[in-house]
Design a protein around this ligand. Structure first.
Ligand code: PMT
Length: 208
C-alpha cells in the first residue's frame, strides 16, 4: 500500500530571522513512517523542519511553511491508499513577511495573522472510496469530544486523540499516549508507550 504521512511543525516567517512555529519534533510522524516501511508499505513522508533523520527507504519531501505542506500533501494525495496527517500545521501565518529584519521600537508590536489552509479538511473533501484518511487531534482539554468533532468535520476514517500539555507525552517526548477513534464508533485506548511501538499499533489497527 502507498502511505502519505505528514510530520513535524511548520514555520511561518515573520522576517528573515523570526518565525511562528510549535514544539513538534517529528518523532511521532517519523515513527509512523518507519512502522509502515517495516510492514512492507511504500511511504511518502512530508516533513516540516526537524532535527531527526528520516527513514532512508521513505521518499521524503522537506517543506517549511503550511502553504508548502498543503501543496505537497494535495499533489501526492490521489496516489495514496492511506494518508496520516501527524504534522502540527500552523493555523495562522503573518499577513506580511518582511524581506529585511524588522527593527524594534519603544511601542508594543501588533502582528496581524491570517488563517492557513486546513489541509486535512481539504483532503477530506478530495477523498474517494478505498482511500483511508487519518488525522491527529492534539488537545489539552475535552480530548475525546474535540477529537470526535474533528473526525466528523474533516471527513476522516480515524482520528488519533492525543492529550498534550503533560510531561513525558505528546510534543517532543519519546513516548505518547493516544486514543484511536473510528468513524464507525470504535474507540481504542493505547497506553503510554514509545512512539515507535505506538506507531506500529496505530498502523496495524487502521489496516484491520
Ligand atoms: O512531532 P512530535 O514531537 O513527535 O509530536 C507529535 C504530535 C503531538 C505533534 C502529534 O502526535 C500530533 O498530535 N499531531 C497533530 C498536531 C495538531 O496540529 O493537531 P490539531 O488538533 O491542531 O490538528 C488536527 C488535524 O488537522 C491534525 O491531523 C493536523 O495535522 C491537521 N491540520 C491542522 C491545521 C491545518 N492548518 N491543517 C491541517 O491539516
Amino acid at each position: 500500500m502507498k502511505f502519505l504521512i505528514s510530520a513535524g511543525p511548520t514555520k511561518e516567517r515573520i522576517d528573515p530571522v523570526r518565525f511562528i512555529s510549535n514544539h513538534s519534533s517529528g518523532k511521532m510522524g517519523y515513527a509512523l513512517a518507519s512502522a509502515a516501511l517495516k510492514m512492507g508499505h511504500e511511504v511518502i513522508l512530508v516533513s516540516g523542519p526537524v532535527n531527526i533523520i528520516p527513514p532512508k527507504e521513505a521518499n521524503t519531501i522537506n517543506i517549511e511553511s503550511a502553504a508548502e505542506m498543503a501543496d505537497a500533501m494535495k499533489s501526492n494525495f490521489n496516489d495514496a491508499d492511506i494518508t496520516i496527517s501527524c504534522a502540527a500545521v500552523a493555523d495562522y501565518r503573518p499577513v506580511i513577511t518582511h524581506q529585511s529584519k524588522m527593527k524594534k521600537g519603544d511601542e508594543n508590536l501588533v502582528l496581524e495573522l491570517e488563517r492557513t489552509e486546513d489541509i486535512l479538511a481539504r483532503l477530506g473533501k478530495m477523498k474517494v472510496e478505498n482511500q483511508l484518511l487519518v488525522g491527529f487531534a492534539a488537545e489539552t482539554n475535552d480530548l475525546i469530544a474535540n477529537a470526535k468533532g474533528k473526525l466528523e468535520r474533516k471527513n476522516l476514517d480515524w482520528i488519533v486523540a492525543n492529550k498534550i500539555g503533560e510531561a513525558g507525552t505528546g510534543f517532543a517526548a519519546d513516548q505518547n499516549e493516544v486514543t484511536l477513534i473510528s468513524k464507525n464508533g470504535k474507540m481504542i485506548k493505547l497506553p503510554l508507550e514509545d512512539k515507535s511501538t505506538l506507531a506500529e499499533k496505530i498502523i496495524s489497527q487502521i489496516l484491520t
